[in-house]
Design a protein around this ligand. Sequence first.
Ligand SMILES: Nc1ncnc2c1ncn2[C@@H]1O[C@H](COP(=O)(O)OP(=O)(O)O)[C@@H](O)[C@H]1O
Ligand SMILES: [Mg+2]
Length: 583
Amino acid sequence: MTPTDTMSARELYQRLLTYVKPYWPVFIIAIVAMLIFAATETGLAAIMKPLMDGSFVERDSDTIKWIPLGLIALFLVRGVANFITSYGLGWIARNVIKNLRSEMFDRLISLPASFYDQSTPGQLMSKLLYDVEQVANATTDAILTLIRDTLTILGLLAWMIYLNGTLSLIILMTVPIIALLVYKISTRFRRISKTIQESMGSVSHISSEIIEGHREVKTFGSQQYEIKRFDKVNQQNRRQRMKMVATDAISQPIIQLITVLGLSVVIYLATLPEMLEQISAGSFISFVTAMFMILTPLKRLTKINGKLQRGIAAAQSIFALLDEKAEQDDGTQTLDRARGEISYQHVNFSYDSKKGAVLKDISFHANPGQTIAFVGHSGSGKTTLVSLLARFYPCSSGQIQIDGIDINALSLTNLREQISLVNQQVVLFNDTIANNIAYGQKAHVSNDEIIAAAKAAHAWDFIERLPDGLATQVGQNGVLLSGGQRQRLAIARALLRDAPILILDEATSSLDTEAERHIQAALEALMKQRTTLVIAHRLSTIEKADQIIVMHNGEIIEAGTHTELLNKGEHYAELYRLQFQDK
Ligand SMILES: Nc1ncnc2c1ncn2[C@@H]1O[C@H](COP(=O)(O)OP(=O)(O)O)[C@@H](O)[C@H]1O
Ligand SMILES: [Mg+2]
């Protein structure tokens, strides 16, 4: 359980309130407008008394004249007050939504890799899109009802008491019963809301998966499987929603019934002969009008609890994200440009301490400009090993140094500035080719530099042939380009970044031999004068490496040059025979 789960409703409100605080002047204006609105409601009930007594009973011509004008004035004031309230609260809500979203976005960007390993894009998107709106709507509605409707009810009640105390007392007696009901309903709402949110997350999670993986769905013929999977969460979402609808639907008639019971008693009592003497026709009509007018805000008051509970559930989900710990970054040292000496010293690592070590006692050393190649079966820990250098995950024990400095002592930004990373999985952004090559450094890079990088990466040939050249849009995640083209863009990006340390993680494994030959030259350009950690399939890269490290089950089982290891005739020689011989 995260601390946010145990947060009480009161703490949540207080925390939400801090987002509203900056807008307090507008909030005060809105409250004043709500007060005026409530007063006009009471005025409407009150005007019934002179209307009945003056015009119909006593036929007083003065009263008859001002009542229509009074009504118009009342509704004019009421309308203006209503506008100011809605506009003011809406303005505050949109600002709060905007601020919450940017805070969530800032948090998302600063969260560690391990957080993303554990959450799905669907869940996170649903927080950012759905939960934030939910919080703002619920809070606005709640404030509107709690303040305006409560004031209206109080105003009308005061008027009723002024007209006749005894009758009002009878009405008031139904209030505790209603309050108890509201309490019961609201706890139920809060419980259901949470499950609704989770099922919304599943709905968006599954849909986004089939949208992103539509090719896999088609080729594997898994349409029926996905439809079934979606049906399940869709159904679950409906079921939860229906619980909400049922609670909502049943609560209102019950509350109304109780109110009408009170009302009937009032009418019965008011029409008793001794009462009729005390109360004028106008007073009675005015009293009953007020009573009916109380019903609407009272109904909203009971309903608002559902909304409020939905808001609380959404706020919990938002604050849970905001309370996630950002990537640890307490290094203070900086390197201008590293020479590129890398040393791993007895590094141990596990993703999850319960699941055991993924890297065991890893030690090696790379001098500036050297190339170290990693080979080993898939799952032996190669990717994990190189990702520790960029501090995507912290070492469990041991130390990694760049130029003799512990990487934890470097600031995260500075450390990562020293590293270029080219993965098997190239990520392109839905933007132009130029912006993709210059990703992250658009501000200080000229067009000529971009072209030079593209040329060195052997990407210029194909870019030149595109109708819009560098300005071509690559589509979401570069779907409009071939694997080899994407790979060359990634290399151009790394070249332009010009970092002293280069990590190539199976950068060419998704390519065919022809495309790979193209890229090989590009890669060699990239590796020049840089310390390179390369996880490669291609023999030529490995052969030329200054050192080859053979990994098995998270351990280094052999290290040396190509010739040394071949002569030794053990693990590498075996791997070489199996994997590389016939390529
Ligand atoms: N993000 C992750 N969370 C948990 N376990 C992981 C993660 N990434 C990899 N692993 C596990 O760590 C081990 C090493 O994986 P990896 O470093 O990707 O190996 P390689 O790159 O050599 O194929 C594997 O057992 C894999 O299942
Ligand atoms: Mg790997």
